[in-house]
Design a protein. Structure first.
Length: 189
């Protein structure tokens, strides 16, 4: 019995270490990505990126996944969209997948994560959000936004911080429950 308990605890610690690897990769963008820039850009494919000094909310996650696990959301989303285009939002009038922008749009990532990651129930309980979880929200003006749950806590509320770029560059700050949530996803490597 103790042997199984030890193995179970070991598995939890390994998963937590993976979550921290993603958080650490996102945290390294703080102070580097100082500008919010939503402009359409032509990108290399695969592994394309705008300059690390700028970007949008999705770029924080895209870079963290590349740096932590060598996962290329640009390639993964493009391949999934090319095969399953009908499942993805049609908000932009595209007729086919676009490697330059599709992975940088929150609604597309929500579809991809719901199909390929663990979808977690939305909750207003801080303990339900683990370091490394991805949360999507709707900002005023119906603007979709994405953020990564941190391992650091707001000591006043005991709520995890988030790492995101909401217009002032990549930051780690309170904000998990600041806007209406639209999705909660968890990657398991």
């Amino acid at each position: 019995m103790i042997k199984y308990l030890v193995l179970w605890l070991l598995a939890i610690n390994i998963a937590y270490a993976d979550d921290l690897k993603l958080v650490s990769a996102a945290r390294k963008q703080v102070g580097i990505t100082k500008q919010y820039d939503p402009n359409y850009s032509r990108l290399d494919y695969p592994n394309g990126d705008v300059a690390r000094t700028k970007g949008v909310c999705t770029d924080v996650l895209i870079r963290a996944l590349r740096d932590a696990y060598q996962l290329d959301l640009q390639k993964l989303v493009h391949e999934d969209m090319a095969k399953n285009f009908v499942l993805y939002p049609k908000k932009w009038g595209l007729k086919k997948a676009d490697t330059n922008i599709d992975h940088r749009r929150v609604p597309n990532l929500q579809v991809y994560f719901a199909r390929h990651w663990q979808k977690v129930a939305l909750s207003q309980v801080a303990a339900d959000y683990h370091a490394g979880d991805v949360v999507t929200v709707m900002l005023p003006g119906n603007l979709p936004h994405i953020m990564l749950v941190s391992d650091k806590l707001d000591l006043l509320t005991n709520t995890p911080f988030v790492i995101h770029n909401i217009g002032r560059g990549t930051r780690e700050e309170a904000g998990l429950f600041s806007y209406p949530m639209t999705g909660h996803y968890r990657l398991r490597i």
